[in-house]
Design a protein around this ligand. Sequence first.
Ligand SMILES: Nc1ncnc2c1ncn2[C@@H]1O[C@H](COP(=O)(O)OP(=O)(O)OP(=O)(O)O)[C@@H](O)[C@H]1O
Ligand code: SF4
Ligand SMILES: [Mg+2]
Length: 335
Amino acid sequence: MTGEVLITAENVGKRFPLRQGVLHRLSGQPAPAVHALNGVSLEIRRGETLGIVGESGCGKSTLARCLVRLHDCDAGRIVFEGQDIALLQGKVRRAFNRRVQMIFQDPYSSLNPRMKVRGILGEALGVHKMRPAAGIPGRIEELLALVRLNPDAADRYPHEFSGGQRQRIGIARALAVEPEVLVADELVSALDVSVQAQVVNLLLDLQERLHLTVVFVAHDLRLVRHISHRVAVMYLGKVVEIGPTEALFSAPRHPYTRALLDAAPELDPARRSRKVAARGELPSPINLPQGCLFHTRCPHAFDRCRTERPELSPRGTGHLAACHLADFGKPETRT
Ligand SMILES: Nc1ncnc2c1ncn2[C@@H]1O[C@H](COP(=O)(O)OP(=O)(O)OP(=O)(O)O)[C@@H](O)[C@H]1O
Ligand code: SF4
Ligand SMILES: [Mg+2]
């Protein structure tokens, strides 16, 4: 899977300012903020599924929202087909909004409960004028078939469906505008485990049939491994490792990825308890550690880690890690 690069995140930063009291304002200290993204760099290639994993609060959803421009980033830039998405205007911006779609986690709240599925899909088709009026009923039927729902689903309301079926309707709505990129944030997290696999397999199938590019954000490492060609691991708003799925899962090259995999009960069904991914507390994104963001919890930290932040550097074919220990996890040196 080595398609051309479609989207590039270059050193993307996003802060959410906190309200500050009068005393703080008078103190002249920098305004406090949640540092949600702290220099995210990655490439998304046409036709691939890129998984994004990391502990709660590490910035996965913020990145997903920046990629579809629901948030504007406040440092760095996101480039789509060579153009900075923050600078898109008019027709090109509308085309970007159509070509890059987000599918939301919560199928309950994102579908209008007072509209039948026909209306929901018809509305999506209407916004970007995807079909002349006469073609809409046929297209609705096609879309339902694409997500494996019966044609009679068109005349029912969202509450008449199960959670998994509702999620399929959400996918059909996203597909109505014929996007090239789907950004799925915790697409199946709210569903029963038995239904999760069906929805994920549907997504895999659609991705191949429609040559979609998919960004799959999820907690569940097992699902991410199943669906992704490549995986990016985030920690405190930064990508600390990215690489081909099997290389990353079988020989992680960053101590945080190793900790995350070691703590994942879903990779080892015999261990059900949810261990934290690394020793010690996750630092607050309001006061980021100096140097390597992971140094406060890393069992391998040394002096340099406390002062110098490592950037992503090559570890193998298409595999990058941000750690001063270039040999960490190298198969022949692993202990
Ligand atoms: N709109 C917002 N306003 C203020 N802070 C926010 C906002 N959105 C996210 N944050 C903060 O930014 C950080 C990153 O949040 P984000 O939702 O991106 O993490 P996440 O990796 O998606 O977490 P989860 O796995 O729980 O979904 C968190 O500290 C969060 O509290
Ligand atoms: S740079 Fe240092 S602290 Fe950071 S992950 Fe590598 S060894 Fe650990
Ligand atoms: Mg999230």
